[in-house]
Design a protein around this ligand. Structure first.
Ligand SMILES: [Zn+2]
Ligand SMILES: [Zn+2]
Length: 143
């Protein structure tokens, strides 16, 4: 799988590697795997979908980082039939948009908020207080 690590992902891994909170390598390894899985859950992916020679559905494979990567894999396996790609939207972003994602790029950086930008009320041309007033005390969207 070809992926380009993003700055916030590198920062998240570095924070664990440089932390003194882990007493064993096993603990640190578990934390790293969970953190990276969470990061990958926040990305969109692509699936390679297959129609066999008869035109009915074959097997599907995922995840791929891009449609090109999926189709290049199809070329390598050379099983005939027709291939296409489907975009798989991030379930982490879906949940984050509904429930918030504290400390995550693209969501409000107010420590008590973490909600999506579109959940903040417009204040002139900027985003002001969080619209979920019952849940947080955010007065201004922080990028
Ligand atoms: Zn909020
Ligand atoms: Zn906020």
């Amino acid at each position: 799988m070809r992926l380009t690590p993003r700055k916030e992902e590198i920062d998240g891994v570095k924070a664990i590697l440089e932390s003194d909170a882990y007493t064993t390598a096993d603990q640190m390894a578990k934390a790293l795997i969970k953190e990276v899985a969470d990061m990958l859950w926040m990305r969109d992916w692509f699936a390679l979908v297959h129609l066999n020679e008869a035109g009915s559905g074959g097997l599907n494979w995922a995840p791929f980082a891009s449609p090109i990567e999926a189709l290049n894999t199809a070329e390598k396996i050379a099983i005939g039939g027709r291939f296409g790609t489907v975009k798989l939207y991030s379930p982490g972003a879906l949940l984050g948009n509904a429930l918030g994602k504290k400390g995550w790029k693209g969501f409000c950086q107010d420590p008590g908020c973490g909600h999506a930008p579109f959940l903040h009320l417009m204040d002139g041309s900027a985003r002001g207080a969080c619209g979920l007033a019952s849940m947080c005390t955010c007065k201004k969207y922080i990028k």
